[in-house]
Design a binder for this molecule. Sequence first.
Ligand SMILES: NC(=O)c1ccc[n+]([C@@H]2O[C@H](COP(=O)([O-])OP(=O)(O)OC[C@H]3O[C@@H](n4cnc5c(N)ncnc54)[C@H](OP(=O)(O)O)[C@@H]3O)[C@@H](O)[C@H]2O)c1
Length: 320
Amino acid sequence: MPAGPTRVPIRHAALFGATGSLGPHLARELLRRGAKVRAVSRTREKLERDFVGLDVDLHPADLSQPAAAVRVAGGCDVVFHTVGLPLSAYEEHVRLARSTAEAMRVTGARGVAASSYWSFGPGGSTSLREDDPPVPGCRVCEIRRRTEDVLLGAGAAVAILPDFYGPMASLSLLNDALDTLRRGEAVRWPGDPDAPREFIFLPDAARHLCDLAERREAEGRRWNVPGGGARAPRSLLEDAAETLGSSARVTALHGWLVAVAGLVRRDAREFREILPLYDAPIGFDSSRLRELLGGLETTPYADGIRTTLDWLGERAAERD
Ligand SMILES: NC(=O)c1ccc[n+]([C@@H]2O[C@H](COP(=O)([O-])OP(=O)(O)OC[C@H]3O[C@@H](n4cnc5c(N)ncnc54)[C@H](OP(=O)(O)O)[C@@H]3O)[C@@H](O)[C@H]2O)c1
């Protein structure tokens, strides 16, 4: 946890879009820090499923309605904006950000938003800096950037995150690949498995987001939040296979294959749009965040992957 005179403890946090990968990790981290937690998303069943056993208030609400966002943020001093949308509804991100901005304005709550390196566009660098200009030409990337701008304009701290992995990650290429390895099958990696990429272990992401929420200096700025460092997915999967006592078979799922699959499957059609982001290397320069927090602790891939494999194994056993 960050030290220093400007640290403002979180008293009561609203999690907007709580039923994704991040929400349950954020809730645990906030409870550990002594904050009260209100979880918000549209579907009550998902809220009840994701926060079972946690002392969290559950508030189903459609955050596309600014009035609903203002209502559910009432009494909270921090709003975490972690809503997620399918690629087919990506435009909605801007509208949801406006609702969060309105909730911050009316209630006076501070805001921290989870965003993605997609907002840089398909650049292909392993040392992206917050102020690097975005590369144009990618629809979802441009929407991400516009979403960030709305939240920055409202004074939120915007966390730029690498791809997620870890327990409860719902949309995660690395989790999916680890699960495939665990079943003893060959992995087809979308994009280039030899292009170094960064991945963040979800409990680390939750911790860093809470650290940002506790720092007034974080407000109204973008912050690169690092994962475990840029590594080729193939080499990560080879290490993971070793811990499983097997070997990894990894091949690239090339663009033309995704294109063919896209003729019949909507998810493949949508993924094709962002494939350039997965063909290029990606990594962060996080010196701005390191300076703010006075250092950063990140979980080494070996530990994070072992924990994830255990969780995937337990989940599979529960399903059988
Ligand atoms: N997956 C990754 O690797 C990755 C990496 C970097 C950044 N990110 C971004 O980080 C953010 C958090 O990701 P995540 O995986 O935790 O979340 P997520 O699963 O993408 O979405 C979280 C929740 O948002 C809720 N939501 C959507 N529209 C809503 C609305 N109108 N009102 C209220 N709730 C709504 C959905 O629940 P309901 O349908 O029940 O409402 C959904 O379960 C997302 O923006 C994501 O794109 C993801």
